[in-house]
Design a protein. Structure first.
Length: 130
């Protein structure tokens, strides 16, 4: 039934099972009572009436299955840029490495200061705990 395909496309997943089950049950009763063609038209009407902001899910497809392909493509582009612009590649690599090292050192410094009683604010006259 095409109406159910349209419903599956726009409906939020948490509501889909209940609504779809109700629509199939109503459709079965209508087929027996009114015939297939009239039941299909009424099913389309029911689905279109359900098309409202509270039931509309995320219609933008998420492509989480191509992460490996995207990673492969990014590595390929990086290697091409490396062969064309070796100087710029090493400058970018050095700056990225130094930035990550600085961020790691700042994190270690802050986490060490948080372990000291008093939050790392100590006086030189007092003994320092390690």
């Amino acid at each position: 039934m095409m109406a159910l395909r349209f419903l599956r496309w726009f409906c939020k997943p948490e509501y889909l099972v209940d609504i779809e089950g109700d629509l199939i049950e109503i459709h079965g009763k209508r087929v027996q009572k009114l015939g297939q063609q009239k039941a299909d038209l009424l099913s389309w009407r029911d689905v279109i009436l359900l098309f409202r902001p509270g039931l509309i899910g995320n219609m933008i497809p998420t492509h989480s299955n191509n992460i490996l392909a995207v990673t492969h493509h990014n590595i390929l582009i990086s290697m091409r840029n490396f062969t064309r612009n070796k100087t710029a590649f090493f400058i970018n690599l050095g700056s990225l490495t130094s930035g990550l090292v600085c961020a790691l050192l700042i994190y270690l410094w802050i986490s060490d200061a948080r372990r000291v009683p008093g939050g790392g604010t100590c006086c030189f006259n007092e003994p320092f705990s390690i």
